[in-house]
Design a protein around this ligand. Sequence first.
Ligand code: ZN
Length: 450
Amino acid sequence: MVKLTFYGGVNEIDGNKILLEDKGTKIFLDFGQSFTFGTEFFTSWLQPRGLNGLGDYFEFNLLPKLSGLYSKEMLASTNLTYAEPEIDCVFLSHAHFDHITHIQFLDPEIPVCMGVGTKLFMESMEETGFFADYGQHTCNKFRTGHKIKIGDLTVEPIAVDHSIPAAYGFIIHTSEGNVVYTGDLRRHGPRKDLTENFIQKATEAEPAALICEGTRMAEHETHQNYSEPQVKAISDKTVKATDKAVFTMHASRDIDRFKTFYEVAKNNNRKMVITPKTAYLLTKLLDDEHLPVPDPLKDDCLKVYYKKKKSGRYDEKDYFLWERKFMDKMVDCSYVRKNQRKLIMDLDFFQFGELIDIKPEPGSEFIHSMSEPFSEEDIEDQVMHNWLDHFKLHFHQVHASGHMSKEQLVEMVKEIQPKKAFAVHTENQGLFKTYCFNMQIIEAEKEYPI
Ligand SMILES: [Zn+2]
């Protein structure tokens, strides 16, 4: 019997961990962390103790206690005995943390399969981040067109469009029919052709079961969502209408959004100022010929912003090795202050302190190009607005979601016509079921035959 068990992503918009079993073969589809993971017991500086491996997580039942899944080291301080791997492989759909983070706990003997680009994103995060460590695994990289045989299963990854490049859906050929997993996807992005191709292949596979994401499945959508070309057009208009500075804030790995602002900068004869971290990620992605990005070391439009270090100077030795590479393209706060009318600058929340040195002219523009806060009590949002008010920056909300709308989700399920469908990555399974008669309501950690 082919079975599915959902260990994450059930009634929550994240944290996918889906176990698929066919006879003796077991694979996981994604192994991510939810946004609210552990927040009942941990907050700010009170966090699970790294030295205790999975001990602190198991104490509060935050991760499934499955045999043959975790590494010896992570189990050392728990009462779950280490066992040789019982999972044959873990497939990652894309490099968002709610799909990958918990692979850090896995037995290194379990191979992890991911897209070529996903591997580059993860390496970049590990090399430039303080907290990213995904552990040591045998990594098998795939692209669309590959067919990966794991025991009784064959897994076919197919690229889709999402708010991070190198995102994939999967068609899994099992002994009882095909299972399709969407990962996260959208139909209104710059590579919507990829999603259309995936939906077509998924339909042709006549799946016995579809595992579908449902992020935007909601009665009413409260936030304004644009397509990527609309984000570009609105931002372009905003830039054309001002002769002052323009600051932008967007998800750091949303390369489509970076490219949107990069093109807006070029159209308006401005330079684009990015962080060393973004510059590093771009140089990494240059290794994947399928992901065209500008080279920050060669591109005249790109400048790299360096924060002042304690010495008050910009000595190479004060910066991490990975940061030093872009110092020829370096700009500092006084450069930005003097040239602010000719720049578009990426400014994330944690860089706001730089505004004190940059001294933007009152009436400069600030384009917030990411999701709006989900709650009116969002502290970060309040703090952000206090800063914007203080510096008299004009706020604009312009964002294109990484996910399909409710209507598009329903249309996709109807198009693919699976015999059964399961909705993950959603808080609204029930609503999904009212539109799609073949939708099965799932509970976490229960087995479902396909
Ligand atoms: Zn995602």
